[in-house]
Design a protein around this ligand. Structure first.
Ligand code: GRF
Length: 193
């Protein structure tokens, strides 16, 4: 299965996915890393793994529609079969969704449907919940609303600062995302048989 990762920033999730593919824990090919920021640190990680890296920014296009058309063209050029969002901070538009039905996966740092949006960890922390976590889901046209594939729970201790909770969440993300992607890839191969 040919995987493309879309990421906007740091790329710690990209890194564990790339490592799991390299170690053959995920039976797939990492064909493309795309970032919507030329200076995103994730691109350094991509180069380290020898993954083809591409980037362009929304501001280089006349509107979001043209940006997405270019992104779709790129995904097609690299013959991507699964699109993995790993800290990609943009809503996926209609054309991309239609081109990849149930083939775009996202990771969100909260137990959806609770705390969707940009600040899942902070919002859960400030709400004072005792338990939060991580959700992996297929992407639909809403914000963090698509069908849930898997969740991992994280307990919030009384003594946890926001940074502590962030660390715990990322640890669960780094375990869960490669595992879930391995399963998705297995299912893809089973369906093909
Ligand atoms: C993760 O917390 C993920 O859940 C959210 O964005 C963050 C990306 O982190 N969607 P990184 O760039 O993979 O380190």
């Amino acid at each position: 299965m040919r995987i493309a990762v879309l990421a906007s920033g740091n790329g710690s999730n990209f890194e564990v996915i790339a490592q799991a593919i390299k170690d053959k824990e995920i039976d797939a090919e990492l064909v493309l890393l795309f970032s919507d920021h030329h200076d995103a640190y994730v691109l350094e990680r991509g180069k380290k793994f020898g993954v083809p890296c591409e980037s362009f920014e929304l501001k280089e296009f006349s509107d979001k529609k043209n940006y997405e058309a270019a992104l779709l063209e790129l995904l097609k050029r690299y013959k991507a079969e699964l699109v993995v969002l790993a800290g990609y901070m943009r809503i996926i538009g209609k054309e991309l969704l239609e081109a990849f039905p149930n083939r775009i996966v996202n990771i969100h740092p909260a137990l959806l449907p609770n705390f969707p949006g940009l600040h899942g960890i902070k919002d859960a922390y400030e709400a004072g919940v005792k338990e939060t976590g991580v959700t992996i889901h297929f992407v639909d046209s809403g914000v963090d609303t698509g069908p849930i594939i898997a969740q991992g729970k994280v307990q919030v201790a009384e003594s946890d600062r926001l940074e502590d909770l962030e660390k715990k969440i990322h640890q669960v993300e780094h375990q869960l995302y490669p595992q879930v992607l391995a399963e998705i890839v297995k299912e893809f191969h089973r369906d093909k048989e």
